[in-house]
Design a protein around this ligand. Structure first.
Ligand SMILES: [Ca+2]
Length: 84
C-alpha cells in the first residue's frame, strides 16, 4: 500500500503498456502480459498524445486517482509486485 503523501501530484508508473499494433489500444501488464480489463482513466485519457504514449501511469491529485497514458523517457517512481 502507498501513502497519499508519496503520490500527491506525482505520476507513478504502474506497469501497464499498450501492445496494440493497430489503431485500437490493447493494454496489458508488462510483468505478466495479462490483459487489463478495468481502467480508471482520467478524463480525455488515454489520448496517445503525439502518437507516442504507450505506458500507463497513475496520478493522485489530492482527492482522487486517475490513470494516464504517457510516453517513455520520464524518470518516475514505480510500483513493483512481488510474491512472498
Ligand atoms: Ca496521455
Amino acid at each position: 500500500m502507498f501513502t497519499d503523501s508519496i503520490l500527491e501530484n506525482e505520476s507513478i508508473w504502474i506497469g501497464g503498456v499498450d501492445v496494440a499494433t493497430g489503431p485500437e489500444r490493447e493494454w496489458v501488464w508488462f510483468s505478466t502480459g495479462e490483459g487489463i480489463t478495468s481502467f480508471n482513466w482520467a478524463p480525455n485519457e488515454p489520448n496517445n498524445e503525439h502518437g507516442e504514449e504507450y505506458f500507463m501511469s497513475i496520478l493522485w491529485n489530492g482527492s482522487s486517482y486517475s490513470w494516464h497514458d504517457n510516453p517513455s523517457g520520464y524518470s518516475r517512481a514505480f510500483f513493483c509486485e512481488t510474491s512472498r
